[in-house]
Design a protein. Structure first.
Length: 138
């Protein structure tokens, strides 16, 4: 299953890349196909950067929004509600009627433990929509 990680970046030390990288690594290890905005610069290593923070934010959103249309699940990092971009991405996921989870919620964390258990001794677990965890009512 392909999922997208949304969360705050602007105004956070290192653009919150450590939190995105940790979640991305953990979810990939569990068999998820993860799209994360912290990896966008890897796809465009020679792009010009904008001096205007608003223009820079807009460029990233133009890259991120199509990714939300590619996935079957949205995972929200802590502080997502303080992020304009994450709020937009959540609204798109909600309009698409795909599951939305908070990464640190107890229910989601417990479900990840179940997936790890199911993964034991297997090459890869294939997560399914509507499987182990239920979407948040946001």
């Amino acid at each position: 299953m392909k999922l997208y990680i949304a969360g705050p970046m602007a105004g956070i030390e290192q653009m919150n890349y450590p939190a995105f990288a940790k979640a991305t690594a953990e979810l990939r290890e569990l068999g998820f196909d993860v799209l994360s905005p912290h990896e966008i610069d890897d796809r465009f290593p020679h792009r010009a950067h904008y001096n205007d923070p608003q223009e820079e934010w807009l460029w990233y959103m133009i890259q991120c929004i199509p990714m939300v249309f590619e996935v079957q699940m949205l995972v929200l990092l802590d502080g997502w509600f303080n992020s304009r971009g994450a709020q937009i991405e959540r609204q798109i996921a909600e309009c698409r009627n795909i599951p939305i989870y908070e990464y640190t919620s107890t229910r989601f964390r417990e479900s990840l433990l179940i997936i790890q258990t199911l993964n034991a001794g297997k090459d890869q677990f294939e997560p399914r929509t509507g499987g182990l965890v239920q979407p948040l009512d946001l």
